[in-house]
Structures are given as C-alpha cells and as structure tokens.
Design a protein. Sequence first.
Lengths: 157, 185
Amino acid sequence: MSDFVFNIAKGHVNEYASRVNANDPVNSVLNLSVLATAGIESDAVLIDKDALSDVVSGTTNFVTNTGYARIEVDNTGSITVTVDDTNDRKEADMPDQTWSAVLAGDGWNDLVIGYDSDSTGGTDANIVPCTQHDFVVTPDGSDITVQFNAAGFFRAA
Amino acid sequence: MITNTVRGLRVRRLADKSKGTRIKLTDPHSGETHLMNPANSKVESWPDMGWIIESDAHKFTNIPVRTVREWVKKGFAVLKGERLIHAPGGSVEDPWKATHTFVNADAIVLKCVDGEVTYKVIHQPGKYDLNIDLTGTPKGNVRSGRFDVSEKHQTLDAIQKGAKSRVDWFFGCELESDTRPQMKV
C-alpha cells in the first residue's frame, strides 16, 4: 500500500488505474520512477507536488544507476481492479516489478507511481504523481524487485 | 464484449448485507480502515457471497502472480498444474546471491458465483531474455503486450555473460472456457 497519496491525486488513483486498463485515453500508462536517497525532501514537502517534474524541482532527484529505467505499465500490464463489497473498499493492483542487474551508485529511497495520459508525448510536467512508497535499497548489481502489498498498490476505503 | 486486446480484469467480491450492520473504524496512525461488527465488537467484514468478473472475461489477459495468490487464498481461484521454478537474481559476479521464486501453472480457474472461467496460462512468470520482447518488437522497458511462444527463460550462462533480462511477475492468460450463462465459450 502507498505511504502517501499526493494531494493532487487524492480521489483519482483508482480512476486512473481503470483508465489505463481501458486504454482510455489511448497510450495512457502508470509510470514507475525511483527517487534517490541523496537530497530527498520530506514527505510533507513532496506530498504537495502537482507534477512529476515538480517532485524533482527541489533537492530531490531521480536515481541514475546503470540498469535502472522507468517502467511504464499500460493496459496490457496486468492492472487488476477489485471492488470489495465485503470490506467496503476498492483496490488496484499490478504485478511486482523488477529492475535487472542494477549497479551501485545512487541509493534508492522511494518509489513514485504516476499517471501519464499519453506516454507517446508530453513531458514529466504532464505526469500526475499518484502514490509514493518507501523503497530503501542499496543497489549492488543484483536485481531489485518492488513487491507491492497483498492488497495491491492502492486502496480506497 | 470479448476482444483480442490484452486487458486487465476488474472483479467484484460480493457481500451479504441483508442482516446486521458494520461500523467503519480508522486507525489513527496508519489511516487504514476496518469494518467492525457492533453485535460482537469484533473487526469483521460483511459475509462473503462470492466473486464475479465485472469486466469482460477478456480473451487475453495478464494477471499478477500476487493477485492470483490472494484469489486462491480467498477461494476465488484455483491453480492447475502449480509448480515452482527459480532463477538467479544476483549480480553477474554472484548470480545466486538472490533468488527469484516463481509460481508457474497450466491454468487458472476463476470460481465465479455464476460459473467457472478457465484461463490457460500461455506465458509463465519468470526471468526472460530481454532480447525477446513480449510483442516481438523491442519496446524498451514497457511491460506489456502479447507473447511470443518462442521466448525462453534466461539461462544462467546468459546472466553470467551479462545479458539483459526481464522479470515478469504475472501470468499471461488466454480464455479457454467460460461456463457462465450467456458466456459459453
């Protein structure tokens, strides 16, 4: 589950996941990026950011390790939405994701899942940051896997 | 509508709300919510009435391994031909420093309240050679697409030679049968 939902995305995350699943708009994706430990700002600062470009507008930076690249999950990327009437909640899930053979360099601190309405155009200014998850890892050349909670990466209750 | 496009599923867990009531409790520290049954003062969900697939049972779908495990635990899914495989997850110098363990299966049967939906697994969770993209066309790091039946799990030899790999934590599925009314396949 997410450590926090960016304020700009509150009330939208399940809808974004459903939209990506329906490929509506075409080429919409969920975008996974990783923030470096060095220079990371507090959750209280980051939660106010309105675009992925804003997230790194201060001292916070994306990691740059060899072997790291952003991951985009589109409508074929196994996003599963569960409406759970027994617990009065709705959950969005996606597969765990692995970066293979990530070499040493930046320490990893947080995973950010954003919504990109058109992965074929635009910039980070067009990506809405949705959720941020603690993800502290020291890369050493091994694979790095983000394992989401059993309930998924997001739950609205 | 059933299409040939790969799509994720939307499912619903139905509840029996004909009797009793529940009160929503929020953990002040985590913000997590739970339902409490005031009749016994216990944290208790509504009684489970089974599952349905709300979206179409798409001809092709990908389902996260963890989601399937949750479904099996909650009685919504059954894995046929379940087995484990392992792959090295360590560095080139020390491939088995970390180990990936993948659940593979022949089929996933979804036990819906109105019938059974069976998906044949056509792409197994595992570690694959990145040179063979799911669509047959290199797409960088986009995790998507249909499957090339010729793709192979990455070998230890390839890992030790530094070949790039892709790790898939989902089942690639093709609809095999659907016994739900009006959905006979």
